[in-house]
Design a binder for this molecule. Structure first.
Ligand SMILES: O=P(O)(O)OC[C@H]1O[C@H](OP(=O)(O)OP(=O)(O)O)[C@H](O)[C@@H]1O
Ligand SMILES: Nc1ncnc2[nH]cnc12
Length: 180
């Protein structure tokens, strides 16, 4: 499958759900994408191709709770590197670093185990979707605390009107699909 054919396949498997989880939010539901093995494979392959073409060395893929856990581990496997979970508050044992943040429809706190990434390691942060960028920004802050280097914030879907990529600067952001 060509890259644009793959993108089209991915796009056609993202479902729009108005007013979820709260009134006024247009929710982009990736469930149909996960359910279709070819579409899901196309997404993972495009993420992998992009990373291989862009970075000579990546040490870890770090995924954001919860939907970053769907894309991060298969991607890390294909790259032959480790996966690190960044979780919502209270889920990780042992010493942790935590950062609170605001997202498109709420407030939450993200955590990482203090020894999850060694200082100086090169990390790609992965999630399904970038909206306001609050969640990804918090993940970047966690990486700063561990003295890791964020190569890029990588998402399947970017909601351009919410200007998440601007909020993340100077960190780089890459998305497969963009919506207004
Ligand atoms: O750019 P933002 O405005 O921060 O929004 C994006 C975040 O919102 C969603 O996660 P959510 O917090 O709904 O949690 P979930 O993955 O557990 O469903 C999505 O998976 C991103 O992580
Ligand atoms: N509009 C949206 N659709 C799906 N996930 C989201 N996370 C934040 N905003 C979202």
């Amino acid at each position: 499958m060509e890259a644009c054919e793959r993108l089209q396949r991915i796009r056609s498997h993202v479902r729009l759900v108005p007013d979820f989880p709260s009134p006024g939010v247009l929710f982009r539901d990736i469930s149909p994408l996960l359910k279709d093995p070819d579409a899901f494979k196309a997404a993972i392959e495009l993420l992998e191709t992009h990373l291989r073409a862009t970075y000579p060395r990546i040490d870890y893929v770090a995924g954001l709770d919860a939907r970053g856990f769907l894309f991060g581990p298969p991607l890390a496997q294909r790259l032959g590197i480790g996966f690190v979970p960044i979780r919502k508050k209270g889920k990780l044992p042992g010493p942790t670093e935590s950062v609170s943040y605001a997202l498109e429809y709420g407030q939450a706190e993200l955590e990482i185990q203090s020894d999850a990434v060694e200082p100086g390691k090169k990390v790609v942060l992965v999630d399904d979707l970038l909206a306001t960028g609050g969640t990804m920004h918090a993940a970047c802050e966690l990486m700063k605390r561990l003295k890791a280097e964020v190569l890029e914030c990588l998402v399947v879907i970017e909601l351009l009107s919410l200007k998440g990529a601007e909020k993340l600067q100077p960190f780089r952001c890459h998305s497969l699909l963009q919506y207004d």
